[in-house]
Design a protein around this ligand. Structure first.
Ligand SMILES: *[C@@H]1O[C@H](CO)[C@@H](O)[C@H](O)[C@H]1NC(C)=O
Ligand SMILES: *[C@@H]1O[C@H](CO)[C@@H](O)[C@H](O)[C@H]1NC(C)=O
Ligand SMILES: *[C@@H]1O[C@H](CO)[C@@H](O)[C@H](O)[C@H]1NC(C)=O
Ligand SMILES: *[C@@H]1O[C@H](CO)[C@@H](O)[C@H](O)[C@H]1NC(C)=O
Ligand SMILES: *[C@@H]1O[C@H](CO)[C@@H](O)[C@H](O)[C@H]1NC(C)=O
Ligand SMILES: *[C@@H]1O[C@H](CO)[C@@H](O)[C@H](O)[C@H]1NC(C)=O
Length: 391
């Protein structure tokens, strides 16, 4: 099967597959380990951040592909800096109610399974308990953070939903209410982050405010003005990962697959003809100051390739698109570091927030960063999928 796919793709793209030795996923994982990128520390102190959660997921995927124990040991040593012996999280402020911190939760579930140690389950329970009291808007959507009342940002879907679904599947599998709630977060954002430009169907806006009062909220829909590539990337990443855990009999499976279909079609349609990749502000392609950004692209490619592998997306429609984009992404953004021989990852925008006015000038004003885990992690995820398909 794999060689048939490789053969067909080689014929249709006529490009040599990007399968260096060691593979990019392995070179990336070795770089994470040797540079200590995800130690759960900042200035030597325990530090919880979704960026490390993203890096740990990427390392887990490379561990599964290679069985190199260094990767799982690295995950564990990082997580052990933030999990207490009693099964809590260092300095965790649950009532700050930030969805971002929940991203690390999947790795806690994973380590509980790998090691059998209860402390990881305890820490996962703490994050799960946050969802019981996390403020919600009137429609039932989680506020992105206590400081952003009534607002749902697409980013939050990746921070929470795969953990919520993974937790439910492992520890509470008959809880249909929880699975319904998970799907509802997607349908709410899909309905309300609406993009009225009919040439951009599927490209959801960054977020919406159910109360329509944020400075950026559209008075009619509550949606923010622009479609930001990384937010949409988190959203499609969330869908393909949540589908691993949703029971196949749950009606949300077909709902999520149909949202994925529409969104990925929009993402394919938005590919820039010159670079073969995606704009930072997808709602204003080609506008002066806009540029081709790397983290969103890595996430789109991962979601497409995993979606194809799992049978959610049509291979004939998307495989050569996704593998071709991956090859361009490598060309443009991956370099070899002259000092340590590891990889360097370029072109990732450091943040994108709806704390200001969320307009075009804001997004293009944010600095880029090198070796940003929000892009480097998804690049490794995309590499693992690419290598499963072609190497
Ligand atoms: C396993 O991972 C470690 C740490 O990144 C690396 O130094 C080592 O070369 C890897 N082993 C193999 C066989 O790739
Ligand atoms: C890695 O493998 C383990 C054991 O089979 C599995 O439970 C886990 O879901 C896999 N992780 C990923 C990210 O696919
Ligand atoms: C936790 O966050 C809440 C909400 O921001 C804040 O009011 C409270 O002071 C914080 N608690 C601690 C211990 O920092
Ligand atoms: C099931 O999930 C719902 C929604 O998250 C939650 O309120 C409820 O407590 C859970 N029930 C059990 C038995 O865990
Ligand atoms: C609508 O979308 C197309 C395709 O992305 C774009 O070229 C055009 O500028 C958009 N129109 C408006 C009014 O934003
Ligand atoms: C290159 O490697 C060095 C040593 O590991 C590291 O400090 C640096 O951040 C890396 N990347 C760049 C772009 O310099």
């Amino acid at each position: 099967m794999k060689s048939l796919i490789s053969f067909l793709s080689a014929v249709s793209t006529a490009a040599a597959a990007v399968c260096p030795s060691p593979l990019y996923s392995v070179q990336g994982a070795n770089t994470f380990v040797s540079r200590d990128y995800a130690q759960g520390l900042r200035n030597g102190q325990p530090f919880i951040t979704y960026e490390h959660g993203v890096a740990w997921r990427a390392l887990e995927m490379v561990y599964n592909a290679t069985q190199n124990a260094s990767y799982v040991n690295h995950i564990k040593s990082g997580v052990d800096n933030i999990v207490t012996a009693e099964g809590g999280l260092e300095d965790y402020n649950l009532t700050y109610y930030t969805l971002d911190d929940i991203r690390i939760g999947e790795t806690l579930i994973y380590l509980n399974g790998e090691t059998g140690e209860d402390k990881y389950k305890g820490a996962a329970d703490l994050l799960r308990s946050q969802l019981q009291t996390n403020p919600r808007n009137k429609a039932g959507g989680f506020w992105h953070r206590s400081t952003y009342p009534n607002q749902m940002w697409l980013d939050g879907l990746y921070m929470v939903s795969p953990f919520y679904a993974h937790y439910t599947a492992v520890y509470d599998p008959s809880n249909t209410t929880a699975f319904d709630d998970i799907v509802k977060q997607f349908t709410l954002t899909h309905t309300n982050c609406v993009n009225s430009n009919t040439s951009q169907t599927g490209l959801l806006k960054h977020g919406y405010d159910e109360s329509h009062t944020a400075v950026w909220a559209d008075t009619a829909t509550g949606a923010s003005p622009e479609c930001w590539d990384r937010a949409l990337g988190w959203y499609v990443l969330a869908i393909v990962d949540v589908l691993d855990y949703l029971p196949s009999s749950h009606p949300g499976v077909s709902t999520l697959k149909s949202i994925l279909d529409e969104t990925i079609a929009g993402i394919k349609n938005a590919i820039d003809a010159d670079s073969g990749l995606w704009w930072l502000v997808m709602s204003q392609p080609g506008k002066t100051g806009n540029y081709i950004e790397s983290s969103g692209g890595a996430m789109f490619i991962y979601a497409m390739l995993k979606g194809i592998r799992m049978g959610y997306l049509d291979s004939a429609t998307y495989l050569s698109t996704a593998t071709g984009a991956y090859e361009k992404l490598v060309d443009k953004f991956v370099g070899v570091n002259g000092t340590d021989g590891g990889l360097d990852w370029e072109g990732t925008v450091s943040v994108g927030s709806l704390s200001g006015n969320g307009d075009f000038d804001y997004y293009i004003s944010v600095a880029l960063s090198t070796n940003d885990l929000k892009g480097f992690g998804p690049f490794i995820m995309a590499s693992v999928e690419y290598e499963k398909a072609l190497c």
